[in-house]
Design a protein around this ligand. Structure first.
Ligand SMILES: [Zn+2]
Length: 305
């Protein structure tokens, strides 16, 4: 298991398993002769994608970012993706029960990011998997998910979120909110219009303003700086694996590929100088790393010591 201390917080990664993803869909317009140097594909051109959730123990709350693919896939979808459904047993192996989760945050509402939000009970009724948790998701995603395009309608499973919104257990976010001290969200358009990154500042007393959505005026920013390496970001499908760090290496799934490039630039403008730990949602091997830009311009992932 991957675990790291980030200031006052303890972060760990829990996997819901891995699933096959078509290499062409994974890497969009990037030719296979290039991406196959970084990621292996099988005879059907499938790559292996991870399903990484991030657990943040703040000392007061247990915050779970993303809930994987879950166990409610239709038979048709199971043919494509399998249904590893490992998250609960992996949490349990670390002594974390569903009742221990206080907050769940979804970056967006595609089925492979919010699948364990809910489960069916023995009568088939959809119930929250984490009964005591307050759930959060981007409002723009939820509104879009009610009327998705023909292209991505398959990516949305209403049972993962609609019952939670209806019961009031899920709060919808605009982007820019601080959910608990030190944990905030910011919209990074590209993969979808309203996908949010989850920014974790392990020194919640410091540098609060700089983590808001609003651009910061450096001249007026005289607040204390968070120590280097005190911030992590679950950047979700903006940069799903370490093979997607180059600005132009976006996924074929991205609805707004030019926005993906702009959002990556915006992310790097802060994440590189402030040495943020980037959490990769779909990387089966490297769930987090510090991203560095070499002199040649090449982006490299450096694993934490
Ligand atoms: Zn997605």
């Amino acid at each position: 298991m991957h675990r790291i201390t980030l200031g006052d917080f303890e972060l760990s990664v829990f996997s819901d398993g891995t699933y096959p993803l078509d290499g062409g869909a994974f890497f969009g317009v990037i030719p296979k002769v290039m991406w196959s140097k970084k990621v292996a594909a099988d005879e059907n051109n499938y790559c292996t994608a991870g399903l990484n959730s991030l657990l943040i123990r703040t000392g007061k709350e247990n915050v779970l970012v993303e809930t994987g693919m879950g166990n409610k896939l239709s038979e048709r979808m199971r043919k494509f993706y399998g249904q590893p459904a490992k998250l609960l047993e992996n949490l349990s192996a670390a002594g974390v029960a569903p009742e221990d989760i206080d907050i769940v945050i979804n970056s967006h509402l595609h089925f492979d990011h919010c699948g364990w939000n809910t489960v069916r009970d023995k009568n088939g009724k959809v119930m929250p998997t984490f009964p005591k948790a307050k759930y959060y998701a981007p409002e723009g995603e939820w509104l879009y998910a009610r009327k998705p395009s023909d292209r991505d309608v398959i990516s949305y499973i209403p049972d993962n979120y609609d019952p939670l919104v209806a019961s009031g257990q899920m709060t919808l976010l605009q982007g820019g909110e601080e959910i608990v001290p030190g944990i905030s969200v910011k919209t990074f358009p590209g993969h979808t219009a309203s996908m949010q990154g989850i920014i974790v500042n392990g020194h919640p007393g410091l540098e609060r303003a700089r983590l808001s959505a609003a651009p910061v005026d450096e001249e007026e920013d005289d607040g204390a700086l968070a120590p280097e390496g005190a911030v992590a970001c679950y950047i979700s499908d903006l940069m799903p694996t370490t093979a997607h760090m180059d600005l132009t290496w976006g996924m074929g799934f991205d609805l707004y590929p030019l926005d993906t490039i702009a959002s990556k630039k915006e992310y790097y403008a802060r994440a590189l100088p402030e040495r943020w730990l980037t959490v990769f949602t779909h990387d089966p091997k490297v769930p987090w790393a510090y991203i560095e830009r070499e002199e040649s311009g090449r982006m490299v992932a450096r694993k934490p010591d």
